[in-house]
Design a protein around this ligand. Structure first.
Ligand code: SF4
Ligand code: FES
Length: 240
């Protein structure tokens, strides 16, 4: 008899060592997430993937699957909590979707649609952040960074370069570039790096290809994020 847990009434098989997130996604069950990418060690920071396991709140991306567990993913309470987390992300940065090249292919926007978030009820902080356009191929718009640390993990674990890091704590936490000037153009970063292809939002953007894919024909314009399957792989493909 294979091991399994039950998520919102659906039986999900799993292998030893898999997390609730791994097994759910493999079974085609979407759990909202932003900092999770199956190619990297789980990070557990965005908390979007919060579910209940046998009644206790747990982040699905870091919770080992357990035989016979009852997992709740789509309750009204969990979805309301996710909308609050999403609103916090929107107001802590400057996310002007209609003016963003990533609109329609942005996970933050797509998850917000999926969770039914409307206009944020929280006060916008409108932080003052720079855009770093010093690199010939890639620009960083820090206004849109959600501190998922995917670029940090990719640069450290795959590219072996440590180009990115998070500095500061709490509301003062921010992404920094590891170079003498602090500019991307002076770092070891290359457009072929893994770190160039993992940003789930419009913070790390390729230059010279704005609006190559027309609005209305982008990844999440065609399919809601819950039906895209391997979100990270599809997005990497889409971003080229
Ligand atoms: Fe995540 Fe993108 Fe910010 Fe890097 S730049 S931490 S990938 S949101
Ligand atoms: Fe689990 Fe971010 S996806 S905490």
């Amino acid at each position: 008899m294979s091991r399994h847990f039950v998520i919102d009434g659906q039986r999900v098989p799993f292998e030893e060592g898999e997390t609730v997130m791994d097994a759910a996604l493999a079974a085609g069950v979407y759990i909202p997430h932003l900092c999770h990418n199956p190619e990297f060690q789980p990070h557990g920071s965005c908390r979007l993937c919060m579910v209940t396991v046998n009644g206790r709140h747990s982040a699905a991306c870091i919770t080992p699957a357990a035989d016979g567990a009852e997992v709740e993913n789509n309750s009204d309470t969990l979805m309301a909590q996710r909308r609050t987390l999403l609103q916090m992300l929107f107001v802590e940065g400057n996310h002007q979707c209609p003016a963003c090249e990533k609109s329609g292919a942005c996970q933050l926007q797509a998850v917000a649609y999926y969770c039914g978030m409307l206009a944020p009820e929280l006060t916008h902080l409108y932080p003052k952040r720079e855009v770093d356009a010093s690199h010939p191929d890639v620009a960083i718009d820090f206004n849109r960074c959600i501190l998922c640390e995917l670029c940090v993990r990719a640069s450290r674990d795959v590219d072996g370069k440590d180009v990115f890091a998070i500095s500061g704590r709490g509301i003062g936490a921010h992404l920094v570039v590891n170079s003498e000037s602090g500019k991307l153009g002076d770092s070891l970063f290359d457009a072929g790096d893994k770190a160039a292809h993992v940003c789930p939002v419009g913070a790390i953007l390729f230059k010279h290809r704005g609006y190559d894919v027309p609005i209305g024909e982008r990844l999440y314009d065609l399919e809601p994020i819950s039906r895209v399957g391997d979100v990270a792989a599809q997005e990497e493909d889409y971003n080229g």
